[in-house]
Design a protein around this ligand. Structure first.
Ligand code: SF4
Ligand code: SF4
Length: 109
């Protein structure tokens, strides 16, 4: 079969009832601007860490808010706290502080 460089994604069930949402609640409590995110991806598009790794702020915080935190620690370790993502966010999300709060919650500071 020909490969066109993309494929249909596998089914994914989000287990909101079973996942631990306490970390997301902590981050949202300390940085409520994250509620304004519209998943546009501008942050990931401008992020220097995304250019050299699989890390994406947009995806990382979406998974965190779903309670899917398996790769969260290694994800946020890629961030250099440069702040470029804040400059391009159309919704005024304080992305840098979101990452900072995640690191605090994970005892990475
Ligand atoms: S602060 Fe982190 S997430 Fe934002 S652009 Fe810089 S490296 Fe990327
Ligand atoms: S740029 Fe702002 S609104 Fe867009 S995905 Fe990133 S945090 Fe969300």
């Amino acid at each position: 079969m020909n490969s066109f460089g993309f494929e249909i994604q596998k089914d994914n069930t989000i287990e909101y009832d079973k996942n631990d949402l306490s970390l997301a609640a902590f981050v949202l409590r300390h940085e409520p601007s994250l509620y304004n995110c519209i998943q546009c991806g501008s942050c990931s598009g401008t992020c220097p860490a995304s250019a050299i790794s699989s890390y994406q702020f947009r995806k990382m915080q979406l998974l965190m808010r779903r309670g899917e935190t398996k790769h969260l620690r290694e994800d946020v370790a890629h961030c250099m706290l440069c702040g470029k993502c804040i400059l391009v966010c159309p919704r005024g999300v304080n992305t840098r502080n979101v990452i900072r709060q995640i690191r605090i919650a994970l005892n990475m500071n």
